[in-house]
Design a protein around this ligand. Structure first.
Ligand code: MTE
Length: 313
């Protein structure tokens, strides 16, 4: 996104430490065995992380090729680790994802604190291949692994006052160097209306390409809302709070004229600095038309019936 503050240079310790080098070698050796498996990144890239077990094919798939594993995991926005696209892959190794707790709180009858390993078993893990569109004008197709957010919401038993859900990312300036710069009002927060949060397309993702979610993609758990611009999909979540009033999100606080609460993919409503009519699929050369609701209109258009989408952008 727009703001480019200076970041600390990459410390020497981050330049291929020996254990990473050995890991890489191990996976290179395993690459031959992987060749016959469906978990092979688009451009023939061998995968690198621990595999998730018991993942079943989900109902939502696409007739479009998935973006290569390499691009999905090396072209990222995760401002906690810097604003450059390659910063998260280089720096998010410092993120520690165990122990990890996710607090579910606010307007609920059963406030809960989930240990991440219990959360991973909350519901059967499914693969969901989704189109993802960033407001900056690029897009990807990503085979996520996760489960519907609705499964967690039902267990929390929201009260009648719960009209919105707020998502909060970890705050850890020691391990997240971007949080030492004031690009956003940390921690990163996002929000959904209750019906959006309950929608069967909305998932909590814990993996991609059949593997544990890489740190740069928001480990150990992140939100995925495929009909909205990518920034709604908050990464490395530690808190899910049910509230009565529409929450102020980090991007709305930073630039209210540029980022609205809804942020639905809409080729007819341009961002002040970027047209939203077309997009470049990472790995492709020519641009393609952006689809209303990112192509998920049949599933989600009813949520916004009668709303002025110019006003509620
Ligand atoms: N979540 C946090 N905590 N911090 C961020 O900077 N960037 C958002 C979103 N979630 C971001 C975040 C943006 S702008 C996008 S496009 C997506 O993450 C990118 O997700 P990906 O890197 O897994 O493709």
């Amino acid at each position: 996104m727009p703001i480019r503050p200076p970041f600390d240079p990459v410390p020497p310790s981050e330049i291929t430490p020996p254990d990473v080098y050995r890991e890489r070698r191990r996976f290179m050796q395993g690459a031959a065995a992987l060749a016959a498996s469906p978990w092979l990144g688009g451009a023939g890239t061998a995968l690198a992380g621990p595999k998730l077990s018991g993942v079943r094919a989900g109902a939502y798939r696409l007739d479009e090729a998935s973006t290569s594993y390499k691009d999905v995991t090396s072209y990222n926005n995760f401002y906690e680790f810097g604003t450059g696209k390659s910063d998260p892959a280089e720096r998010a190794r410092s993120l520690r994802t165990r122990p990890w707790m996710v607090s579910v709180e606010g307007e609920v009858k059963r406030a809960q604190v989930w240990d991440i390993d219990a959360l991973l078993k909350l519901a059967p893990l499914e693969e969901r291949v989704y189109r993802m569109r960033c407001v900056e004008g690029w897009s990807m197709v990503i085979p996520w692994v996760g489960f519907p957010l609705a499964e967690l919401i039902r267990r929390a038993e929201p009260t009648g006052n719960a009209r919105y859900v707020e998502f909060v990312t970890l705050s850890d300036p020691a391990r997240m160097p971007g949080q030492r710069s004031r690009i956003l009002d940390w921690p990163y927060t996002e929000g959904l209306r209750m019906d959006e949060a309950m929608h069967p397309l909305t998932i909590l993702a814990v993996g991609l390409y059949g593997e544990v979610l890489p740190n740069q993609n928001g480990a150990p758990v992140r939100l995925v809302v495929p009909w909205k611009y990518g920034f709604k999909s908050a990464k490395s979540i530690v808190k899910i709070r049910f509230v009565e009033k529409q929450p102020l999100t980090a991007w709305m606080a930073a630039a209210p004229d540029e980022y609205g609460f809804y942020s639905n993919v809409n080729p007819k409503v341009d961002h002040p600095r970027w047209s939203q009519a077309r997009e470049r699929r990472i790995g492709e050369f020519l641009k393609r038309d952006t689809l209303m609701y990112n192509g998920y209109g049949a599933q989600v258009a009813h949520l916004y019936r009668g709303m002025d989408l110019q006003k509620y952008f």
